[in-house]
Design a protein around this ligand. Structure first.
Ligand code: ATP
Length: 277
């Protein structure tokens, strides 16, 4: 459904996206994971036609992002990081205006469907300024779904939301996969990538440094981690292949240890020596 080939974007001396190639299959939930400044938003902006590449290219559903922009616009929808809803209007009015601007047929029925999906149908006549941050994010998702896109892009879908609300957003994103829709998210939340994504591409300083399912990425570095604080107060971590190795390492350590399963943060640390969050 999506194919990036040597996609590159430079801003002056800054290499925001550096020769990135990967593909995303139909119906997949794919995540771009990386710390701030890794190049996630820039990658999404090129795929959603908000920014032009300085090298390489990409296709969506076989359409080139440079030469078939109109065709791509018909196939994609974006939930941006910034909230660009009209705060003076109601939820329903926001979607109705969007539906009219995009000449969406049968929009009354579709608006109801989308508002029900994000559990905002009962609040359709409330103005946006009375909505919490989580409700506004849900409405942004509903609005993006109104065009029934083949591919839905969400840039940091749960940024700034508290953990409980974040989980509500994840449930909604899972529901958006209906009809084989492809979903691409950017995130710097480890938990979000692990909870939602079939596959994750890890970006660091503009480059793709690993790509696979969360479980394969974790087994690539080791399943378990033994942690303890050494005599100098420093956190020491030993990544272990499996539980047996972790117990053997723990036995040979004098300090009190914690044994836990590895996560995508550990994968990032192992590959870059830095932390994501
Ligand atoms: P964040 O979540 O903080 O946006 P990100 O991983 O999405 O992080 P990008 O926003 O894509 O990262 O930024 C990648 C790099 O490109 C950063 O060094 C950023 O400063 C730089 N950059 C992004 N947009 C511009 C721009 N319009 N002009 C100059 N540099 C930019």
């Amino acid at each position: 459904m999506i194919a990036l080939t040597h996609l590159t974007k430079t801003y002056g001396q800054v290499m925001a996206v550096n020769d990135v190639s990967f593909s995303v299959g139909k119906g997949e939930v794919f995540g771009l994971l990386g710390p701030n400044g890794a190049g996630k938003t820039t990658t999404i902006k090129m795929l959603t036609l908000l920014s032009r590449p300085t090298g390489g290219g990409a296709t969506i559903d076989g359409c080139d992002i440079e030469t078939r922009r109109k065709d791509i616009k018909k196939r994609i929808s974006v939930v941006p990081q910034e909230n660009n809803l009209d705060r003076e209007l109601t939820a329903y009015e926001n979607l109705m205006i969007y539906g009219m601007l995009h000449s969406i047929s049968d929009r009354v029925r579709k608006i109801q469907q989308c508002l029900e999906l994000v559990a905002l149908w009962d609040r359709r006549d409330s103005v946006i300024s009375s909505f919490s941050g989580g409700m506004q994010r849900r409405l942004l998702i509903a609005r993006a779904l109104l065009t029934e896109p083949l591919v839905l892009f969400l840039d940091e879908p749960s940024i700034g939301l508290d953990p409980l609300i974040r989980r509500q957003i994840w449930d909604i994103i899972r529901k958006t996969r209906i009809d084989g829709r492809t979903v691409v998210i950017t995130t710097h939340y480890i938990e979000e990538a692990e909870a939602l994504c079939d596959r994750v591409g890890i970006l660091a300083k503009g480059s793709l440094i690993a790509i696979d399912s969360p479980s394969n990425l974790k087994s690539m570095v080791g399943e378990f981690i033994v942690e303890f604080i050494n005599g100098d107060g420093k956190l020491i971590q030993h990544i272990c292949r499996d539980r047996e190795e972790a117990h053997a390492v723990a036995k040979g350590t004098e300090q009190a240890v914690t044994i836990r399963k590895t996560n995508l943060e550990d994968v990032f640390v192992k590959l870059t020596g830095e932390r994501i969050e």
